[in-house]
Design a protein around this ligand. Structure first.
Ligand code: MN
Length: 231
């Protein structure tokens, strides 16, 4: 291939217990998937079909990295999330077959410029500037489902500087991982390396430079992110 510019490096995420890496294809995110979080965002939790937004694959950040406080926000938020990693692609996947498409699971932090997201929401504009900015997806090492099983319950917690801010259970997801995969695959053909951030529980709040944010999911360990000064 005769490229005019060097192609960007392939974004990847780590694999627990292996030096192999998972190439990231797309990052799908589910909006408002815990009832208490929907309420804190001023919306009624219900079983309306889930909605999705995306982040670019190269927004991924590893555990232990410093994330510079992003530009154009005064309300930069954390969101603890379970991440499901697609290992086998497909379209029109049934709920019953969904889990056979999941390679594994990781702990995630859906970093959000909340002020830009809410302004876009009010104005009926896309969420990209609030959600899909540089270094906005912290993703921990992916644990193979073959080792940890499929996670449908277990504690999900987030602390800032050691203080608990989010404390919930994966069983509280409004839309389960099999349901999300089935619904998504009727709209997009899923591919290996697609990541799905499954939504955050109640308790979202701000991060400032100097903060240390830790997200823990039972069975998947913890990820840590320090917030640095603006770049
Ligand atoms: Mn989220």
């Amino acid at each position: 291939m005769n490229y005019l510019f060097d192609p960007a490096p392939q974004p990847t995420v780590a694999v627990e217990g292996s030096d192999k890496r998972i190439p990231v294809r797309r990052i799908f995110c589910v909006g408002r998937n815990y009832a208490a979080h929907a309420r804190e965002m001023g919306k009624d939790p219900d079983r309306d079909p889930p909605f999705f937004f995306t982040k670019p694959a190269d927004a991924v950040v590893e555990t232990g990295e410093i994330v510079a406080y992003p530009p154009e926000t005064e309300n930069f938020h954390y969101e603890a999330e379970l991440v499901a990693v697609i290992g086998k692609g497909g379209r029109n996947i049934s709920e019953e077959n969904s889990l056979s498409h999941v390679w594994g699971y990781a702990v995630g932090n859906d970093l959000t410029r909340r002020d830009l997201q809410l302004k876009a929401r009010e104005q009926g504009r896309p969420w990209d500037w609030g959600k899909a900015f540089d270094r906005s997806a912290v993703i921990g090492p992916v644990h193979a489902a073959a080792n940890v099983g499929h996670l449908d319950k277990g504690a999900i917690r987030l602390t800032v500087n050691g203080e608990t801010k989010q404390d919930a259970d994966l069983a509280d997801l409004i839309w389960s991982v099999p349901e999300i995969i089935s619904i998504l695959s009727h709209s997009m053909e899923l591919q290996p390396g697609d990541l799905i951030m499954t939504g955050t529980p109640a308790g979202v709040g701000p991060l400032i430079s100097g903060d240390t944010c830790v997200v823990t999911i039972e069975g998947l360990g913890a990820i840590e992110t320090k917030i640095g000064p603006p770049a």
